[in-house]
Design a protein around this ligand. Structure first.
Ligand SMILES: [Zn+2]
Length: 117
């Protein structure tokens, strides 16, 4: 006996359980069952997404570390001015042409040499 049918049994006295009311009870029971199954499916989906997000975040961390190690080995022999993503916006920075590491903020000279002034 489900919660829905208990409530319906309390509300509707036995004598009033016409075929029409019984259909209503069955409908409510079916609906409750479907909604419970839906909750389970959504929980499964959430936990799947959580695992996938965790896996990707770990991957990003590993790749960032790998990039840092490559950049640490670089002599930064050549510089260029480039837009890089910083705090969700594009910023003009002096970067290494080889390893793409951000080296510093552009000075007046950098801007002039690259036609930004
Ligand atoms: Zn470099």
């Amino acid at each position: 006996m489900t919660f829905a049918s208990i409530i319906v049994n309390l509300i509707i006295p036995t004598g009033f359980k016409s075929p029409c009311n019984m259909e209503r009870i069955e409908y409510l029971e079916r609906q409750q069952h479907t909604s419970l199954m839906k909750n389970d499916n959504e929980k499964d989906k959430d936990s799947e997404l959580q695992d996938e997000a965790k896996r990707l975040q770990d991957q990003i961390k590993d790749v960032k570390q790998e990039l840092k190690e490559v950049q640490d080995k670089c002599r930064h022999p050549k510089e260029e001015l480039s837009f890089v993503e910083e705090k969700d916006s594009q910023q003009l920075r002096v970067i290494c042409s080889v390893c793409k590491k951000v080296l510093r903020y552009p000075g007046e000279n950098d801007l002039e040499e690259n036609g930004y002034k």
